[in-house]
Write a protein that binds this ligand. Structure first.
Ligand code: RM4
Ligand code: NI
Length: 289
């Protein structure tokens, strides 16, 4: 089989200074399997269609919302007046993880956990909005569209703010919609969010168990499957990522950087840093100045 084509940011983002591109598909035409350099948030406003991946097919309809991480091949076939809005975004340039969007339990459920469980749950855990919710999102989408079209001074921040409102609103809808399967996604999402919001200290498994109400073994298994790392490994990456940012800014001595990234022992910090990053914190700072 031929590899699915990979769509690039340069082809699809009209304005490369913005990590967001809104595309209305009225209608969405059948579209062959593809991957992309970016992610997309799909909001289905009307009609029906079949969303396909390499191995599965799901029918989609008005109200369905899902996030597609770019590396997963997907496309559309059999379409009945399908109208959707596709918000393409570059997750590495949004700055979203620094915000308290992470505190919304549905956030990671929507963007991180559900995409990983889509196959196993046969699309059954996706977010489906009520008509009223769809109307609310439509208003935010219109506002984002006006901002990106008019490009008045400040439009980059305004567009990012509308995008965050959309994601925040949808995350809250995800939190509110409770089927048992969704609840299990929300639990895992809560664990991921908790680690991301507590980068400056150690977080043990007992703490995560208390938040998720999961047994240690099912928590570890589900976490590994979703994130690709153990909770401790993931948390360590987050802390090192923060350390990198602090080292790059050159404002703090290395012992203080270690402390702010949740390491009370700066020797241990240096060892962990070198193991993951391949260089010492000092060498990292020297090469990023
Ligand atoms: C297509 C379809 C794809 C999207 C491209 C940009 O019509 O919606 O999923 O990646 O547009
Ligand atoms: Ni796509």
């Amino acid at each position: 089989m031929m590899a699915a084509p990979r769509l690039t940011k340069a082809e699809f983002f009209g304005d490369l200074s913005l990590p967001i591109e809104l595309i209305r598909r009225n209608p969405q035409e059948p579209f062959p399997l593809h991957t992309h350099e970016f992610s997309e948030l799909v909001i289905v406003f009307a009609g029906r269609g079949t969303h396909v991946t390499e191995s599965e097919e799901w029918s989609i309809q008005a109200g369905d919302v899902f996030v597609i991480q770019g590396e997963r091949a997907h496309g559309y076939c059999t379409i009945e007046a399908l109208r959707l809005v596709n918000i393409l975004f570059d997750p590495t340039h949004l700055g979203v993880p620094e915000t308290d969007l992470l505190a919304i339990p549905g956030y990671h459920a929507l963007v991180t956990v559900e995409p990983r469980y889509r196959r196993e749950h046969r699309f059954g855990s996706r977010l489906r909005l009520s008509l009223e919710q769809l109307g609310q999102v439509a208003l935010l989408v219109d506002a984002l569209e006006r901002e990106t079209a008019a490009k008045e001074p400040g439009y980059q921040s305004m567009a990012a703010a509308y995008f965050m409102q959309i994601v925040g609103y949808l995350s809250r809808c995800f939190t509110a919609a409770g089927s048992p399967r969704r609840l299990s996604l929300l639990r895992l999402a809560a664990a991921i969010g908790h680690l991301e919001q507590n980068i400056d200290r150690r977080v043990g498994i007992a703490e995560l168990r208390a938040i998720t109400h999961m047994s240690e073994s099912s928590l570890l298994r589900a976490f590994k499957k979703t994130v690709g790392l153990s909770p401790i490994g993931y948390h360590l990456r987050l802390r090192l990522r923060r350390a990198c940012r602090l080292l790059e800014s050159r404002e703090l001595p290395i012992t203080e950087v270690a402390y702010r990234a949740g390491f009370c022992d700066s020797n241990y910090f240096s060892r962990a840093f070198r193991r993951v990053m391949g260089v010492s914190p000092r060498a990292y700072r020297d090469s990023h100045g």
